[in-house]
Design a protein around this ligand. Sequence first.
Ligand SMILES: [Zn+2]
Length: 337
Amino acid sequence: MNTQIRHIVQNMPKAELHIHIEGSLEPELIFALAQRNGVQLAYPSVEALRAAYAFKDLQSFLDIYYAGASVLLKEQDFYDMTAAYLARAKADHVRHAEIFFDPQTHTSRGVPMGDVINGIHRACADSDVSATLILCFLRHLSEDDALATLEAALPYRDKFIGVGLDSSEVGHPPEKFTRVFARARELGLHLVAHAGEEGPPAYIWSALDVLHVERIDHGVRCLEDAELTRRLAAEKMALTVCPLSNIKLRVFDDMGQHNLLSLLDAGIVVTINSDDPAYFGGYLNENYLATFDSLPLGLQHAHELAKNSFAASFLPAEQKQKFLDEVDAYFSAFDVV
Ligand SMILES: [Zn+2]
């Protein structure tokens, strides 16, 4: 990648649509919060914890992810975690973030729902990055647990814009959550779901047809199904692709094997995101740079990806257009190569 493209990609205005806030917890902050809250960690040092980030698949990652989240006990902890992410995002020229959070990871440990949502939301309100929240259900738990979680979050309905579905995909198809997504839809919430990361294309079909999602998180396995690929393109159904996550969790062997360019060439609205940046080796710009370093992507692709990130957001139309105009103005300064 030439230095001009590198500079353009780093500095272009962009949105992030797939970031789990608990996945932004850096080992240093985990240790600081553990000390503040008197939590005993299973790792003796920051270095030992970082060394444990050598995952072989989604499940081995999730085991460490939940251990890290165990230090989050008070509203201020959720605030500090979110503020740290937003500062990092701002440095990557993120203008808007739609942030996932997993309340069940916390309420199951006795943390009140209000402390989780208020802490994260207050940090968003204090940031000059535009940020909204999406409440995710843990798919390895039951649908009844998800329904109870949604009801418990309703007193804070004005502080989140949608619901999603994350955690262990295989064996937990979208249709397991039909009722809770129907309920969220009735409430006027936006709907997204992880599908087609480790799970098969069939999970993408059911996320669309049974859950009625408006975006697919990951979705990279759609290319195994030509009819599905055509449908995603025709319906402009955005995929929130997370390149470094896909490599770290062995969805692809290396970045040169990643299918992001094939997805773009198939006409799909692809966005680049960081997923769990503290665990997967990079925040948003590092995901862009790793992708541009390994695949034959140029200025037009950078422009398209920046536009897609805002176009696929749940921002109100006027605000969305303002950001899209900002992207076009930014790119108008460069020669098309
Ligand atoms: Zn994710």
